[in-house]
Design a protein around this ligand. Structure first.
Ligand SMILES: [Fe+2]
Ligand SMILES: [Fe+2]
Length: 132
């Protein structure tokens, strides 16, 4: 099964402007990864690209967590745990790609990142609109 670019939809908006902007930026970064994986199987280059995504995601999570703390969000701990787990998943995926960058693994990596981001936005992040 071939991977596909992500398409932003208004239903992903959570109603917090700066976080919505960053979510759209995250879609752009994942689409860059999509283009990149389509043309390169150089494991180190892929790992670098994932490193940039990791940094971008980490800074997004930091902003979101700051927003939650500022608004005394009741589910802060569980939400932060989801963030921390995902950052670890990105590191593990980057390591496994470095060992074996075959096409199936590259597709699987992309699916996992896309699915997590969309699922997290439409469930956990949506709840953030209820505070503030
Ligand atoms: Fe989040
Ligand atoms: Fe988010």
């Amino acid at each position: 099964m071939a991977t596909q670019r992500l398409i932003w939809r208004d239903e992903y908006l959570i109603g917090v402007e700066e976080l919505d902007w960053e979510h759209q930026d995250l879609f752009d970064r994942l689409n860059e990864l999509h283009e990149f994986l389509a043309e390169s199987d150089d494991p180190e280059a892929i790992e670098n690209c994932l490193g940039e995504i990791h940094a971008r995601v980490a800074s997004h999570f930091a902003l979101e967590e700051q927003y939650m703390r500022a608004n005394k969000f009741a589910y802060y701990a569980i939400h932060k745990e989801e963030h921390d787990d995902f950052l670890e998943v990105i590191v593990e995926l980057a390591q496994s790609i470095l060992h074996d960058p075959d096409p199936e693994r590259r597709d699987n990596l992309e699916f996992q990142l896309q699915a997590w981001v969309i699922n997290h936005i439409i469930t956990s992040d949506k709840d953030l609109a209820t505070v503030g």
